[in-house]
Design a protein around this ligand. Structure first.
Ligand code: NAG
Ligand code: NAG
Ligand code: NAG
Length: 245
């Protein structure tokens, strides 16, 4: 009897754990259309969508299957379909697939990245962050939605507005639409924490990364910015991503 009860509980627990899937809601509070894109890491299958259009004011949702462990989400801006070639391209965050769906391609930086690891290694913990390691294109936030009381993280500042000329990406009309990180723009080991600068001790913040950090204190401003930029939540929450929070 005891054994049978235990077995039933055990199977129920297994079922619940196995059936747990996460929903990521995406809301566009920007005054312009954003084309969200997703890229799955770690050998899992891509999500059911890898790119779609999200008009200003709209909310959409992504169902993340239980066996999905990690990936990134970013917003593309200034996208158009060329009437001659039928190719879809974006001013920022373009994944060069020629289509709205990225189909496993990453975004061309600079783009503000939302990085998600859900129950990695089956450890029951989700990790999430906003990364400007490759640069910035638009403000974002990530907010766990559940009863664990986990903290949101965001990059709500206007990095484009303070971007230095040597890091700026401009549209045809001269408007700054993206801001490269110093690593991306200048490709020096001291900005990329590579070569002889490959430890946190040898790769402190620089004037460039501090400019990013001043606008977005919770976001990764350079490779070793973990202390103030990594967020965790017990697995089971859903997530809300907001563009222009
Ligand atoms: C994950 O689950 C999906 C559907 O539930 C399945 O098609 C896919 O093969 C699984 N992928 C892995 C890597 O287990
Ligand atoms: C569309 O693509 C063609 C061929 O690459 C190019 O010459 C043209 O400028 C593009 N049109 C627009 C509006 O970008
Ligand atoms: C949320 O942030 C507050 C203030 O930084 C911190 O004290 C608290 O421990 C955080 N909560 C969690 C669940 O990480």
């Amino acid at each position: 009897m005891v054994h049978r009860t235990f077995l039933v509980l055990f199977l129920a627990a297994l079922f619940i754990a196995g059936a747990q899937s996460t929903t990521v809601f995406l809301t566009n509070k920007c005054p312009y259309t954003v084309w969200p894109a997703t890229l799955t890491g770690g050998g899992s299958q891509q999500l059911s969508t890898t790119g779609f259009e999200l008009p200003s004011g709209d909310t959409s949702s992504l169902q993340v299957p239980p066996n999905w462990t990690s990936g990134r989400i970013w917003g593309r801006t200034g996208c158009t379909t060329n009437s001659t070639t039928s190719k879809f391209t974006c001013l920022t965050g373009d994944c060069a697939s020629g289509q709205i769906e990225c189909n496993g391609a990453g975004g061309i930086p600079p783009a503000t990245l939302i990085e998600l690891t859900l129950n990695g290694n089956g450890n029951g913990i989700d990790f999430y962050d906003v990364s400007l390691v490759d640069g910035f294109n638009l403000p974002v936030s990530v907010e766990p939605r559940g009863d664990h009381g986990c903290n949101a993280t965001r990059c709500a500042g206007d990095v484009n507005g303070v971007c230095l000329p040597e890091l700026s990406v401009t549209a045809g009309d001269g408007r700054v639409v993206g801001c490269k990180s110093a690593c991306l723009a200048l490709k020096e080991p001291k900005y990329c924490c590579s070569g002889e600068f490959n430890t946190p001790e040898k790769c402190p913040p620089t004037g460039y990364s501090k400019l990013f950090k001043a606008q977005c204190p919770q976001a990764y401003s350079y490779a070793y910015d973990d202390g103030s930029s990594t967020f965790t939540c017990p697995t089971g929450d859903n997530y809300l991503v907001v563009f222009c929070p």
